[in-house]
Design a protein around this ligand. Structure first.
Ligand SMILES: NC(=O)C1=CN([C@@H]2O[C@H](COP(=O)(O)OP(=O)(O)OC[C@H]3O[C@@H](n4cnc5c(N)ncnc54)[C@H](O)[C@@H]3O)[C@@H](O)[C@H]2O)C=CC1
Ligand SMILES: O=C(O)C1=N[C@H](C(=O)O)C[C@H](O)C1
Length: 261
């Protein structure tokens, strides 16, 4: 039985990729798309309802899973509207504030919500293995992260880099609020031992590269994930939509649960 989905931001880099993949797969039914009016030209060729407000679509799409890769305030609005009609929602949007993240966790008590800053299997395998690498290398190894994205990206550092930094800091018993350094300039003195640098590069059409560095005495270890295509993320989101369709509300789900942490 195919999974009905509603794609938010259907003209976006991710929304258009998701729409294309959902249309070409018999595992999914495109129940409708939502896009800003000024960007909706041409969406009528999809052969499904095209709306400018999710609230106009949801009542006619009972049980459809919303997939939202838009902007923080838009995704929160989508989650609020989905919670009113009981529709599950998969969110890939990054740059959420702590309050917005907390609101998602509250809404997840009432409807199935899946949120991940990176829907690729590769990055989530990294999330799983980095703590072990950190424990083996130990505190003599200084940790830094770099990320590279296309010049359209609006948030920095990437949600993926934030997540990677969180798992590394947690592995060492640190808090990112205390040890994070997001840029160095001027005569700043020697690097404190208790520091984790996170640095964002922006340029061109880079889909998404993340490198974790462990700088040790006489050697360094570098672990890199390079996304070659947004289809990688979209397939992950569609897999999450399928997985979420059989989950009950109660907690904010993410890739860890899907991959069976
Ligand atoms: N979790 C993951 O694996 C990934 C997450 N992302 C995140 O997804 C988000 C979107 O990224 P992109 O697709 O590159 O952005 P984009 O700017 O290309 O697409 C966003 C789309 O949302 C639309 N939109 C804005 N307000 C709207 C509204 N009120 N109703 C309907 N549509 C609306 C825009 O018109 C645009 O088409 C970013 O936060 C990015 O970091 C991107 C790739 C992978
Ligand atoms: O904006 C993007 O493109 C991406 N954003 C996500 C992030 O902020 O981590 C995931 C991926 O790196 C692509």
């Amino acid at each position: 039985m195919s999974i009905p989905v509603i794609i938010m931001g259907a003209k976006g880099r991710m929304g258009s990729t998701l729409t294309h993949l959902a249309m070409e797969s018999d595992q999914f039914t495109l129940s409708g798309v939502v896009e800003r009016a000024e960007y909706s030209k041409g969406l009528e060729t999809l052969g499904c309802p095209v709306k400018h407000d999710l609230a106009e679509l949801l009542p006619s799409c009972p049980g459809a899973t919303v997939i939202d890769f838009t902007a923080p305030e838009v995704s929160l609005d989508s989650a609020r509207k989905a919670s009113k009609t009981g529709n599950p929602i998969v969110i890939g949007t990054t740059g959420l504030s702590a309050d917005q993240q907390s609101e998602l966790e509250t809404l997840a008590r009432d409807i199935p919500i899946f949120w991940s800053p990176n829907m690729s299997i590769g990055v989530n395998a990294l999330v799983r293995v980095l703590p072990m690498l950190e424990r083996i290398l130990g505190e003599a190894y200084d940790m830094e992260i770099t990320e590279i994205h296309h010049h359209h990206k609006k948030d920095a550092p990437s949600g993926t880099a934030v997540k990677l930094a969180q798992v590394l800091a947690e592995s060492r018993g640190w808090k990112m609020d205390e040890v994070g350094n997001y840029g160095r300039q001027g005569i700043i003195g020697a690097r404190p031992e208790k520091e984790l640098g996170v640095h964002a590069l922006r340029g061109g059409d880079v889909v998404g590269d993340h490198t974790v560095y462990f700088f040790g005495p006489g050697e360094r270890v570098e672990v890199t994930h390079r996304a070659h295509s947004r289809e990688n993320f979209a397939r992950g989101a569609l897999r999450a939509a399928t997985w979420l369709s059989s989950r009950k509300p109660g907690r904010l789900y993410s890739m860890g649960q899907l991959l069976g942490e």
